[in-house]
Design a protein around this ligand. Structure first.
Ligand SMILES: *Cc1c(COP(=O)(O)O)cnc(C)c1O
Length: 299
């Protein structure tokens, strides 16, 4: 919410471009889905969101330079920011082409829009510097949450100096709240971040690889259409072998297949998140239980 207000305040523009399949929290302007009409049209995905709000949110398919070019051409000089999860992880795990993310960086720059990386999931997870570090692409704004609270509720916004100095009290974009910089959440977050050493990420990468390898062997026996896209700390029981095929799979088929896997694993004492579009998180704690997991899988 603050990132979007800031992008609008800095650019003096109202419209935000986001992507189908990316989630950016419960703020009205981001609870918008693609409309049934032309590329870029949109409608609210919750009751209680005024049409006026949804009109300023433009939606594109992920991975389509053409769609982005088209929406910019339709709304010249009106798009304040392009928001994306650089590693979309709220609708399955949908790693993007580096060239697509690079294209968004160049396109926003040339159009005078800001690029917003929503790293609420990927930040401090895939690497200490999140997807910014992994891709080497520098957005104008980055949002964080989840990990940075160490289990306590917090969100944060980071950005380049020339953008951030527009926030109050230096600039004219208002941002404040009763629980802003809540001391308890700050201590929880700081304590967590201090654990996140380079060796921690090396171990997490290895642990994720081990967990994925184990499940992969299991899928190969009984769930041959599924695959396990993954990055450090994250993996997904994908319904298809190939990312491009994922879009073509019907929701009901996905749910049915996932239900079978979910039930079978539950019988073995392995509890997945109860929805096929939820990604799985490998944590440092999993290394210790790998042997136990393996035994459960094969009995
Ligand atoms: C969870 C999530 C949010 C929302 O965070 P809240 O703390 O629920 O507001 C935003 N963006 C992404 C990518 C998320 O995964």
């Amino acid at each position: 919410m603050a990132a979007i207000r800031l992008a609008r305040g800095v650019t003096g523009r109202n419209k935000i471009l986001k992507f189908s399949g990316c989630y950016h929290g419960h703020v009205d302007s981001m609870l918008i889905k693609a409309g049934s009409g032309l590329a870029g049209t949109s409608s609210a995905s919750s009751l209680g969101i005024p049409e006026g709000v949804s009109q300023d949110t433009l939606i594109c398919e992920l991975d389509s330079e053409d769609a982005v070019n088209q929406v910019f051409a339709q709304h010249p000089g009106q798009i304040a920011a392009v928001a994306i999860e650089p590693l979309p992880a709220n609708n399955g795990l949908l790693p993007q082409r580096q060239e697509f993310l690079k294209f968004l960086r160049e396109k926003t720059k040339s159009e005078g829009s800001l690029l917003l990386f929503d790293e609420v999931i990927s930040g401090f997870r895939v690497a200490f510097g999140g997807m910014v570090e992994v891709t080497g692409i520098e957005p104008d704004l980055v949002t964080y949450g989840k990990i940075i609270g160490g289990g306590l509720p917090v969100g944060a916004l980071a950005g380049k100096k020339n953008v951030m100095e527009h926030l109050a009290p230096l600039g004219g974009v208002y941002q404040a709240g009763t629980l802003s910089a809540n001391p308890l959440a700050m201590v929880g977050g700081l304590t967590t971040l201090k654990e996140l050493t380079p060796i921690f990420y090396k171990n997490l990468e290895q642990t994720t690889a081990n967990v994925v390898k184990m499940f992969d062997k299991f899928l190969k026996e009984q769930f041959t259409t599924m695959s396990l896209p993954h990055t450090t700390g994250l993996f997904w029981f994908s319904p298809a072998q190939d990312l491009r095929q994922v879009e073509t799979i019907d929701n009901h088929i996905l749910a049915e297949n996932f239900q079978k896997l979910f039930s079978l694993l539950l019988e073995k004492g392995i509890y997945l998140a109860p929805n096929g579009y939820e990604v799985c998180f490998a944590s440092s704690a999993h290394q210790k239980v790998l042997g136990d997991l393996e035994e459960r899988l094969w009995t």
